[in-house]
Ligand binder design. Structure first.
Ligand code: ATP
Ligand code: MG
Length: 582
């Protein structure tokens, strides 16, 4: 490990410990109980010595006194044990909960590009396994603090009880610790590989179960099961090797521990025969030796835990410290109220972060007049959805700028900008909640009456009335218990409820039958006057009713005009219209 990185490891560790600052009471209490435990261990050994020496040579009354004192000490020691167990749990859970909360808050602030770069689906499970690693490191660290105190106190008391025996113990300890460290290194290598294989097989299982519909539709159950079996067997083989290595360590440790115990007993017996050691002192020594050995064993794993935990903490802090690339400026300009809803694209070129070579939009300029409805048409992949995402500032343009009411999006307050816009996305996302909650998603303060009005406008009520629980019906994870067209109508109701100045419809009615589409078109035309509406559509009826039409192809604006003008051009639009008119 280089000086630089161990320096930053130390910084990370200190930062982690520093996050205990809001909980001074619990931290101080934990430290106090550790110190107390150390003191009690030393005294307890002396109690054992007195008990035996008095028992061998003293009176019954003094034996009772010594026993009573011992019982009292044991009681207090138990209390420190209770406090330690609780407080170390508290510290671990508190810090990891804080980390989780901080991470989620921070992740939510990022633009979409960030998630694409991070691989969004697996980001959270990666983060959670790091948090788990930190939790076990913290637990190890807290009990290590106690172990160190007991180790020091116990060794000192051992030394005071018998210097020669202590030297023998220390010599044996060096040999044991050395060999255990040596053996555990090979185990650690195997454990890391095991973790890696395990997370790969978990990812595969998650993905497969998540896409179970597709797996079945393509008849891939057996294939997927086979692939999973191969992965799981890989995990087992690695675990098996690790377990054998672990077994060897356990065996060798037992030989060494019992061998040492026999050796110590011989030395102690010899000193007792020579009259250099009393029975009480010998027992006290044994007591200290056991306690010290246990603390030493507890510490043996600390280094490995620390390395892993600090690595995880470094990764998480890197995520937490990353400021979102898309954020409100420090002194945002505000839209005048009421806002007009004029949208201007000025030479906008955009490359998706993960596709830097291809321009999804290429020098696109256009002004969407306030209050008017503009249809956007073009072949698949032309950049239509991209156009809407940029207006919401889910990404920033690579070049050029987008202005709302003459103000660059980058100078506006993000929340204010988005509060003026409603999007009905091409593939609406519902959450695992009731219909009512899903409609209210974009405006939590909406009254029940407003929700019902929005539901009515989006033609949601006819199918809701057939459900026994009405708007209180749960829709299942990602809305899977609804049909595509029903999801779409909920998404439209959600958009309407926000009462936006700018309305973005991305093929908002493509999953609907002609009847409900006509109904919704009617409500949308009643809803859109006074709102700048950008509507992406493939259906001629929707397109024709717009005030103006723009045609996009491969990220470029290729024509614009009214339906009649564009037909006369005999270009892309005319072909598109011809296909729709049969
Ligand atoms: N997240 C993304 N990362 C990388 N490239 C993307 C991403 N989203 C879209 N693209 C690419 O950008 C281009 C424009 O995509 P866009 O979704 O804007 O097309 P569209 O006109 O809405 O098409 P459709 O009619 O099929 O919805 C496409 O070539 C697409 O492959
Ligand atoms: Mg699209």
């Amino acid at each position: 490990m280089s000086a630089g990185s161990s320096n930053s490891s130390l910084k990370t560790l200190l930062r982690l410990i520093g996050s205990l600052r809001p909980y001074p009471l619990q931290t101080l209490l934990a430290l106090a109980t550790f110190a107390l435990a150390g003191v009690i261990v030393v005294v307890l050994g002396q109690g054992v010595r007195r008990l035996l020496d008095v028992g061998l040579h003293g009176t019954l009354a003094s034996l009772n006194m010594a026993t009573l004192a011992l019982i009292l000490l044991v009681f207090v020691y138990g209390l420190t044990g209770l406090a330690r167990a609780y407080l170390s749990g508290f510290i671990t859970e508190r810090i990891t909960a804080d980390l989780r909360e901080q991470l989620m808050t921070n992740l939510l602030a990022h633009g979409l590009g960030f998630f694409e770069e991070q691989g969004s689906g697996l980001l959270w499970s990666r983060v959670m396994s790091d948090v788990g690693m930190i939790a076990s490191m913290l637990a190890a660290l807290v009990s290590a603090a106690r172990s160190v105190v007991i180790l020091l106190g116990g060794t000192w008391a051992m030394w005071a009880t018998s210097a020669s025996l202590t030297l023998a113990v220390l010599g044996l300890a060096v040999v044991m610790v050395g060999s255990v460290l040596w053996m555990s290194r090979s185990i650690r290598g195997l454990s890391d590989q095991l973790q890696d294989l395990l997370s790969r097989s978990n990812t595969f299982a998650l993905e497969t179960l998540d896409g179970i519909g597709v797996v079945k539709a393509f008849g891939q159950e057996q294939n997927s099961a086979r692939r999973f079996t191969a992965l799981a067997e890989g995990v087992f083989k690695k675990a098996d090797r690790r377990n054998f290595a672990h077994g060897v360590t356990v065996g060798v440790s037992i030989w060494m521990i019992f061998g040492s115990a026999v050796l110590l007993a011989w030395i102690a017996g010899r000193e007792m025969i020579l009259g250099q050691l009393s029975g009480g002192r010998a027992s006290a020594f044994l007591f200290y030796a056991v306690v010290v050995a246990m603390s030493g064993a507890a510490l043996s794993d600390l280094w490995a835990q620390l390395q892993k935990g600090v690595g995880s903490a470094q990764r998480l802090y890197a995520l937490i410290d990353q400021t979102p690339a898309i954020r409100s400026p420090s002194r945002p300009r505000r839209l005048s109220s009421p806002d007009r809803g004029e949208v201007r694209y000025d030479g906008v070129t955009f490359h998706y972060p993960m596709r830097p070579d291809i321009a999804a939009l290429d020098n696109f300029s256009w002004t969407f007049s306030p209050g008017a409805t503009t249809a956007i048409v073009g072949p698949s992949g032309a950049g239509k959805s991209t156009l809407l995402q940029l207006l919401l500032r889910l990404y920033d343009p690579t070049a050029g700028s987008i202005l709302v009411d003459g103000i660059d999006l980058k100078s506006l307050d993000l929340d204010q900008l988005r509060s003026r816009i409603s999007l009905v996305p091409q593939d609406p996302t519902l959450f695992d909640a009731t219909l009512r909650e899903n409609i209210r998603f974009g405006r939590a303060d909406a009254s029940d009456r407003e929700v019902i009005a929005a539901a009515e406008a989006a033609n949601v009520l006819p199918f809701v009335e057939t459900l026994p629980q009405g708007l209180s019906t749960a829709v299942g994870p990602r809305g899977t218990q609804l049909s595509g067209g029903q999801r779409q109508r909920i998404a439209i109701a959600r958009a309407i409820l926000r009462d936006p100045r700018i309305l973005l419809l991305d093929e908002a009615t493509n999953a609907l039958d002609a009847g409900s589409e006509a109904l919704i078109q009617e409500s949308l035309s009643a809803f859109s006057p006074g709102r700048t509406t950008l509507v992406i559509a493939h259906k001629l009826a929707t397109v024709r009713s717009a005030h103006s039409i723009i045609v996009l192809d491969r990220g470029r604006l290729v024509s614009q005009g009214t339906h009649a003008e564009l037909l006369a051009e005999e270009g892309l639009y005319a072909k598109f219209a011809a296909l729709q008119l049969h």
